[in-house]
Design a protein around this ligand. Structure first.
Ligand code: PHE
Length: 449
């Protein structure tokens, strides 16, 4: 059976950027910036994205495109008959776990988008407390979050069933430019509010005394999650990328897109937060409690609220599509099922796990695994342990198991591009030495915590 591919360079880039840019940029990054000391955190994040995660992304893409198969089979295809094969299990398992809880938060963005469409956040009727209460009541309730988790996952599955070219690629090509325009428009509104300068200073004037171990760890975790590396996702997507595309360039664009979105999202949020004299340290509630309050207070806030929650929803969808695709690609290629049946199976499994995650904010909040609710447990398990183990396997595989000639061959598209040694050497060095050590440190500290 001939494998489907992305049909154009732009389409492939939009799909990859769509995977990277998600709730991690619009929801998680701004609140992490707020709770970890502003500009200094951003500096660390940039450093980690470009010096560490970008080479790992490159390695993941090299393995993925060379293997021309799904994430489960990648290692086995490149090193047949070795125990590396078992690494493939992780590459499929991690995304299945992630998409389960990601779609719960995706469901929250459906709810807030609908609320904004009903102009719930207009006209000065709210206080911070009523909005905090509204959010708390919503996530701890049973039916609405479940219904919206179901819908969110349904849209994700629908796009994936459409196929690589006509589903995923088309969706990304339309949604990513739209997303960009919306976020820029909101940022412009935010930075022109009176008193916005203080928020900008918070974002761009670093106070390096804020940096300590936990802040470093937070920035590193954020960089990994945000760039979607170590999950088998970029591996899967890059197996759909034409042999003519330059891997170094594609990965660079993806990292830049991810970084740019994180910064613009912060510019859309922080100046407004400061302008209204609110605290940037609201944590996960920043987007669902603090922002709606701001929308309810500011001129044209009703419209901005609609745009913001639409952006959040779109960003979440393009990412969840990429995570969902890993499981589907596995079932299609390894179990020889149709795309539709595969999507139904992935849907069913992740829907059920997602239900438990969603209920862990309400009726199941007393049920703990190793001291965490189910949602937090799966979040931490995937971010602190599975993703880092995945990243470690990838760099060890590409750095030590694959032959250097093969890595070079893939990097230069079979020799049709000149080997840029000034780029390749440091990259290969990071993949072989720096990345394994760094990732191992994070992994150990993640397991310990
Ligand atoms: N990178 C995405 C984000 O920033 C999330 C994601 C994580 C997507 C893991 C795929 C895999 O939200």
């Amino acid at each position: 059976m001939k494998r489907e591919n992305f049909s154009s360079r732009f389409g492939a880039l939009m799909a990859m950027a769509g995977s990277a840019v998600g709730l991690g940029n619009l929801w998680r990054f701004p609140y992490m910036v707020g709770t970890n000391g502003g500009a200094a955190f951003i500096c660390l994040y940039v450093l980690f994205v470009f010096l560490l995660c970008l080479p790992i992304l490159c390695a993941e893409m090299i393995a993925g495109r060379r293997s021309q198969t799904n994430a489960f089979r990648t290692f086995d295809r490149l090193a047949p008959g070795t125990p590396w094969k078992w690494g493939g299990v992780l590459m499929v398992l991690t995304p299945m776990i992630v998409v389960s809880y990601y779609s719960v938060i995706g469901g929250w963005s459906v709810e807030y988008f609908m609320k904004s469409m009903m102009f719930d956040f207009t006209g000065n009727v709210h206080t911070r407390e009523t909005l905090g209460g509204m959010f708390g009541d919503y996530i701890s309730s049973v039916w609405r979050p479940l219904a919206e988790h179901t819908v969110f996952l349904g849209i994700t599955a629908f796009v994936v069933v459409g196929g690589v070219k006509n589903g995923i690629e088309k969706f990304g090509k339309v949604m990513m430019p739209l997303l960009f325009l919306i976020v820029v428009a909101i940022a412009v509104r935010s930075v022109t509010l009176p008193g916005a300068g203080e928020g900008l200073a918070y974002l761009f004037r670093p106070d390096f005394s804020m940096i300590d171990g936990p802040v470093c760890a937070a920035a590193l975790g954020q960089a990994f999650f945000s760039l979607s590396v170590g999950f088998g996702i970029m591996m899967t997507y890059s197996s759909y990328i034409s042999r003519k595309e330059n891997i170094a360039v594609s990965s660079m664009y993806t990292a830049i897109a991810d970084f740019v979105f994180a910064i613009i999202a912060s510019c859309a949020i922080m100046p407004a937060v400061f302008s209204f004299g609110l605290s940037p340290q609201a944590g996960p509630g920043l987007v669902f409690e603090t922002l709606p309050f701001i929308f309810s207070q500011m001129p044209m806030g009703g419209l901005i609220a609609i745009l913001f929650f639409l952006a959040l929803l779109v960003a979440a969808l393009t990412s969840s599509v990429s995570i969902f695709e890993v499981g589907v690609a596995y079932l299609v290629e390894e179990r020889h099922l149709s795309r539709k049946v595969s999507a139904i199976i992935v849907y069913a499994v992740t829907w059920i796990v997602g239900i438990i995650c969603s209920l862990s904010f309400g009726p199941l909040s007393g049920f703990h695994i190793l001291g965490n609710t189910v949602f937090d447990f799966l979040d931490r398990l995937s971010a602190d342990v599975l993703m880092t183990t995945g990243a470690l396997l990838i760099v060890l595989f590409v750095g030590w198991k694959m032959k250097r000639e093969d890595v070079e061959d893939e990097f230069t598209n079979g020799g049709s591009l000149p080997l840029n040694k000034g780029l390749f050497r440091p990259l290969y060095f990071v993949v072989r030495y720096l990345a394994p050590v760094a990732v191992l440190i994070i992994l150990v500290s993640g397991v310990v915590s």
